[in-house]
Write a protein that binds this ligand. Structure first.
Ligand SMILES: [Zn+2]
Length: 281
């Protein structure tokens, strides 16, 4: 499973101890690719584990292409806003923080100095960022969460659609991702009589128009007025104003490839830099 530092299996939990030791000793700059996601309602048509299932695909592919290990330490994430819908499991912020800190802390004890975190769920962002900052200081390790690419035509198309339609949860963008990675878990027929269920104050709805000259400002007012529990603004659990069935699977496959390549390249470049003195114990 690892010969002279070259892995042939990439999930940490699938390696034997000697394989892990061989890799740690012979890979010049070993990287752990840690993924977090969620178990939460994803509308009537996507699996509850959507975000974690997707991130597993991402981290495994990145690990494979960069001779790293992939670690998915927990399935749930921070999802209290989805608890109005059945099936959701939320960790408290402290639990998710603890999982991340303990995962990084444990591997740092075995000599790991570089951690690359990938996140599949918006609700985890702030906790992930704080954990990264605290772990860096507490365990004297490098922790990165590369985001990108953001400047390709495809990235801009996806970002524009998400902005315009608030296509950020269970809409066509996410549905495309599911159809690209695990189509067998998608039940599109549950959307047969689907219609937009996003309900906000009509004035607020007008704020979601990126063509407005004051969009920068009013979109933040929209954010400030978004209720804490999503069952209060969408009865289906789908956020956006566009139809999830408009998912473009080919686009999603390309976006997967683009993001995986970006993070893989990040790790490659990162490995050309010797571990800075400050991180050497
Ligand atoms: Zn999701």
């Amino acid at each position: 499973m690892s010969e002279n530092g070259k892995l042939s299996k990439f999930w940490l939990h699938e390696l034997t101890r000697p394989a892990f030791v061989d890799w740690m000793e012979n890979e010049k700059h070993p990287v752990a690719v840690i993924g977090i996601g969620s178990i939460e309602q994803h509308g009537p048509h996507l699996p509850l584990g959507m975000d974690s299932l997707a991130i597993q695909h991402y981290i495994h592919e990145v690990a494979k292409r960069s001779n790293s290990v992939a670690v998915h330490p927990c399935f749930p994430g921070y999802s209290p806003h989805h608890m109005g819908f059945p099936g959701t499991i939320t960790f408290s912020s402290e639990t998710l923080m603890g999982v991340l800190m303990d995962t990084i802390g444990s591997l740092s004890k075995h000599g790991m100095k570089r951690f690359c975190v990938m996140n599949g769920h918006g609700g985890n962002v702030q906790i992930m960022n704080l954990a990264m900052r605290l772990a860096k200081r507490k365990y004297n390790v490098m922790v990165a969460a590369p985001q990108g690419p953001t400047d390709t035509e495809l990235a801009k198309t996806v970002a524009e659609r998400q902005k315009r339609h608030w296509d950020v949860h269970s809409g066509p963008t996410e549905t495309g991702g599911a159809l690209a990675l695990f189509p067998e878990l998608v039940e599109l027929s549950n959307l047969d009589d689907w219609e937009v269920t996003l309900k906000m104050d009509p004035k607020l709805m007008e704020f979601r128009d990126p063509d407005r000259p004051d969009y920068d400002l009013v979109s933040q007012v929209y954010g400030a007025c978004t209720p804490p529990n999503n069952i209060d603004f969408t009865s289906t659990g789908v956020y956006g104003k566009n139809d999830p069935r408009d998912a473009d699977v080919e686009e999603s496959k390309k976006r997967f490839e683009e993001r995986v390549s970006f993070v893989t390249e990040f790790i490659k470049v990162w490995k050309t830099i010797p571990t800075p003195k400050a991180f050497q114990d």
